[in-house]
Design a protein around this ligand. Sequence first.
Ligand code: 5GP
Ligand code: MG
Length: 173
Amino acid sequence: MYKLSNAPLLNAPQIDKRLESLAQELKACDFDIILSALTGSYIFTADLSRRIATPKLRIAFIKASSYGESDQPNANVHISGLEGLDIKGKRVLLIDDILDTGNTMYTLVKALADYSPASIKTCVLLNKESRRTVDYHADFVGFEIENKFVVGYGLDYANDYRTLPEIWTLEEV
Ligand code: 5GP
Ligand code: MG
């Protein structure tokens, strides 16, 4: 059994404030397209992209899911939604919710390279550096967090908690 921590790890004003500065940094990079990895990053992507708000910035979604022992570096990552993806010669910003072992982002970047983009930069809302098993670092990070399981603001546990506006730690009871 799990329950939410007593107070949020990151409340809505904290998230808002960080997204505002992150968006200013990203605006300066002049990306052509945001590629967002569903489902966990749906709220982050919406809130961030409307702050970047440049008229020619496109958006597309892919889905990444791990199977096997998902916290192992050699876990398999299944990617869908790549059909018809038009990123050739484009400056791509890949967005995910959280960087944990690094396996998902590493696999996604490798797969996207086959589509000949001009460049790929990555942005995650949360980074658990201590959990990294793959040598991979995001170019833009919202918040560094400890090794705790978090939910809310798009992130789930068994599909629950996604719609909470804050980020919470899940505790075992
Ligand atoms: P990685 O491949 O980097 O180990 O894991 C990335 C994926 O695992 C994320 O996209 C996310 O779906 C899931 N994940 C890792 N840590 C957490 C966490 O603390 N909370 C939630 N809800 N998902 C997590
Ligand atoms: Mg994910």
